[in-house]
Design a protein around this ligand. Structure first.
Ligand SMILES: NC(=O)c1ccc[n+]([C@@H]2O[C@H](COP(=O)([O-])OP(=O)(O)OC[C@H]3O[C@@H](n4cnc5c(N)ncnc54)[C@H](OP(=O)(O)O)[C@@H]3O)[C@@H](O)[C@H]2O)c1
Length: 306
C-alpha cells in the first residue's frame, strides 16, 4: 500500500515506519520540520506540510495513497498546561484532522482507510469500571479534546473511507513517553507510585501498538473506535512495584498527589487520574498481543535497551 503518515517523526511513528516498510508498504511522511525533509534516507519519503492550514505536499500526496495514518499533535505531557498550551494541544489535533478531512473531501482519489490517533483520555477519569469501545466519553479537558479530535475523523467516513479511531493508552518504551520519564528516578532508587497508587494505568508496549496499527490496516472489518491498550491494565501501585522489581531497585518513595499538583499544575491529572480500558475490539478480532502482561512488557523495554 501507499501510506501517508503524519506525526511520523514522533515516539510512535519512528517505531511504526520500519514495520510498515518491512511489511512492503511505501511510506510518505508529512512533517512540519524542513530539516527532516532535507535528510536523505531510503526508508520513506519525507515531505513538508503545515498541519494548521494544509499548505505543502498534502493535497498532491493524497491523490496517490491507499491509507492515511494521522498521529500529529502537540505533546500532551512536558509543558505546563497554561491556557495557551491547552489550546495548542487541542487545536493542533483538531486542525490537522480537519485539514485532512477537507483535503480528502476535495481529492479525486480517496484513500481506503484513515487510522486516526485518539487517546484513552476520551473516557475521562474513571474508578474501577471496565471500559470498552462502547463506553461513553467522559468529562474534562482531555475527554473534550479527544471528542473534538475524533469528530473531524468521523466526517471522513462520509466520503466512503473506512475510519479507525485508535484510542491509544500509555505507550511503553524507554526512548520516550511515560516510561522514558519514569526510568531515571526508578534507576536511582527514588521511584515510587504517584498519588494514591490506586488509579488504573491502561498501558501498551509500543511494539503491540504498532502491530495493532498494521492489523487495523489489513482488516477491513475493523472500523470506528479501537482501544490501543494491553488486555491487563494495572493500578499505579502495581506498575511502580513491577518496574522497581525489574530494575532491582526499591519502590519506597511515593509522590503524593498534592506535590504533583503543585509541581505540574493541571497536567498532573494525566498521572493522578486513570481509567481501566480493555482492548475489546482487538480481542474480539483475534489480535494477538506480543506483551499481554506488564512484567514481560517492562522487562523487554528495560532489558533490550540496557
Ligand atoms: N505516546 C503515548 O503514550 C500516547 C498516548 C495516547 C495518545 N497518543 C497520541 O498518539 C499520537 C502520536 O503519539 P506520539 O507519542 O508519537 O507523539 P509525539 O512524539 O509527541 O509527536 C508526534 C508528532 O506530532 C507532530 N507535532 C508535534 N507538535 C505538533 C503541533 N503543535 N502541531 C502539529 N503536529 C505536531 C510532530 O511531527 P512533525 O514535527 O514531524 O510534524 C511529532 O513528531 C499523538 O497524537 C498522541 O496524542 C500517544
Amino acid at each position: 500500500m501507499n501510506i501517508l503518515l503524519t506525526g511520523g517523526t514522533g515516539f510512535i511513528g519512528r517505531a511504526l515506519i520500519p514495520k510498515l516498510v518491512d511489511a512492503g508498504h511505501d511510506i510518505t511522511v508529512l512533517t512540519r520540520d524542513k530539516a527532516q525533509v532535507e535528510t536523505p534516507r531510503i526508508s520513506a519519503t519525507y515531505l513538508w506540510w503545515d498541519p494548521a492550514t494544509g499548505e505543502g505536499d498534502l493535497a498532491a500526496t493524497l491523490e496517490r495513497v491507499d491509507a492515511v495514518i494521522n498521529l500529529a499533535g502537540e505533546p500532551v505531557v512536558g509543558k505546563r498546561w497554561s491556557k495557551a498550551q491547552k489550546l495548542r494541544i487541542a487545536e493542533s489535533r483538531c486542525d490537522a484532522t480537519q485539514v485532512l478531512q477537507k483535503t480528502i473531501h476535495a481529492s479525486t482519489s480517496k484513500p481506503k482507510v484513515l487510522i486516526n490517533a485518539s487517546a484513552i483520555g476520551y473516557y475521562g477519569a474513571r474508578a474501577d469500571e471496565d471500559i470498552t469501545e462502547a463506553t461513553n466519553a467522559g468529562k474534562g479537558f482531555l475527554a473534550d479534546t479527544c471528542k473534538a479530535w475524533e469528530s473531524h475523523a468521523i466526517r471522513v467516513a462520509d466520503f466512503g473511507v473506512r475510519v479507525v479511531r485508535l484510542r491509544i493508552g500509555i505507550v511503553l518504551e524507554t526512548d520516550g513517553g511515560a516510561l522514558g520519564r519514569m526510568l531515571l528516578p526508578f534507576k536511582l532508587g527514588l521511584g515510587g507510585p504517584l498519588g494514591s497508587g490506586q488509579q488504573w494505568m491502561s498501558w501498551i508496549h509500543r511494539a503491540d501498538l504498532v502491530n495493532i496499527i498494521l492489523f487495523a490496516l489489513d482488516h477491513p472489518e475493523i472500523e470506528g473506535a479501537l482501544n490501543g491498550t494491553a488486555p491487563e491494565p494495572v493500578r499505579m501501585r502495581e506498575f511502580a512495584k513491577t518496574l522497581a522489581r525489574i530494575l532491582k531497585r526499591p519502590c519506597i518513595f511515593p509522590v503524593p498527589g498534592f506535590v504533583l499538583k503543585i509541581l505540574l499544575g493541571e497536567m498532573s491529572s494525566v498521572l493522578l487520574l486513570g481509567q481501566k480500558v480493555l482492548p475489546q475490539k482487538a480481542l474480539n478480532n483475534a489480535f494477538s498481543f506480543q506483551y499481554p502482561k506488564l512484567q514481560d512488557a517492562l522487562a523487554a523495554c528495560v532489558n533490550e535497551n540496557a
